[in-house]
Design a protein around this ligand. Structure first.
Ligand SMILES: NC(=O)c1ccc[n+]([C@@H]2O[C@H](COP(=O)([O-])OP(=O)(O)OC[C@H]3O[C@@H](n4cnc5c(N)ncnc54)[C@H](OP(=O)(O)O)[C@@H]3O)[C@@H](O)[C@H]2O)c1
Length: 210
């Protein structure tokens, strides 16, 4: 498959690029400022801004599937929904499926389907509320858009770590392990992204975790 990754220099995007390249896919790594210094063979790196849908729909021509893993600088969280809508516009113009790596906030709490992670002080202390609310608005932007999108909510904790290749997949409820932790490495999140791209399921909103 030819896969375009936006936010390719970021924590998630760089791991999606590596996982996809390891699996033999063709990669178009789209970065904004921080051009990746080392990239696997078969990866083409190009500049592109998610806020420039005309340029992006050009870049998406001939691409089989798009992964977006952008994150604005701190203080600019309220731009997330608008940026996501522009990406969805570009994907729709190119008639290409798009997987959005978003946030955990719009997931339901385990055992409390009436509550979202967004509303849980346990997972979202006051200082993270703006970031969390931006993720919820991002999923709302997807739900309102006619593009062929799928939204991946990471678990509560997503950070660099080992690639085990083993994870659980859920739909709209936060996954926690026996010890109550909700986490996955960015490496294993990338495994889950590629598994979804290679073998798409029906869920438009899904999550993963250990
Ligand atoms: N537990 C959770 O819910 C959780 C935890 C972590 C991350 N996440 C989510 O995972 C996704 C990826 O996060 P991350 O940690 O990988 O972020 P990151 O390491 O900060 O990387 C984000 C990348 O996006 C790029 N970017 C930002 N705005 C852009 C734009 N308009 N056009 C093109 N590129 C743009 C940045 O490029 P520049 O260098 O040019 O700024 C950067 O390379 C985000 O949706 C984030 O919210 C969720």
């Amino acid at each position: 498959m030819k896969i375009a990754v936006i936010g390719a220099a970021g924590m998630v995007g760089s791991r999606v690029v590596n996982e996809a390249a390891t699996r033999g896919h063709d990669l178009l790594a789209i970065f904004r400022r921080g051009r990746p210094t080392t990239l696997p063979p078969a990866v083409t790196a190009v500049e592109g801004d998610a806020d420039d849908p005309a340029r992006l729909s050009d870049l998406f021509t001939g691409v089989d599937v798009i992964v977006t893993a952008t994150r604005p600088a701190p203080g600019h969280e309220r731009t997330v929904a608008a940026t996501t809508t522009m990406l969805l516009d570009a994907a729709a113009t190119a008639q290409t499926r798009i997987l959005v790596v978003g946030g955990a906030a719009p997931l339901q709490l385990p055992g409390r389907p009436d509550l979202l992670v967004l509303d849980s002080p346990e997972y979202v202390p006051q200082e993270w509320r703006t970031v969390a609310a931006a993720s919820a608005a991002q999923l709302d932007a997807c739900r309102a858009h006619p593009a062929d999108w799928v939204y991946l909510s990471p678990p509560a904790v997503l950070e660099p770590g080992p690639r085990t290749g083993i994870y659980r997949r859920g739909t709209t409820t936060l996954l926690t392990s026996a010890d109550g932790a909700s986490r996955i490495s960015a490496e294993d999140l990338a495994v889950a992204v590629l598994d979804e791209l290679e073998d798409p399921r029906e869920d438009r909103h899904f999550t993963v975790g250990y």
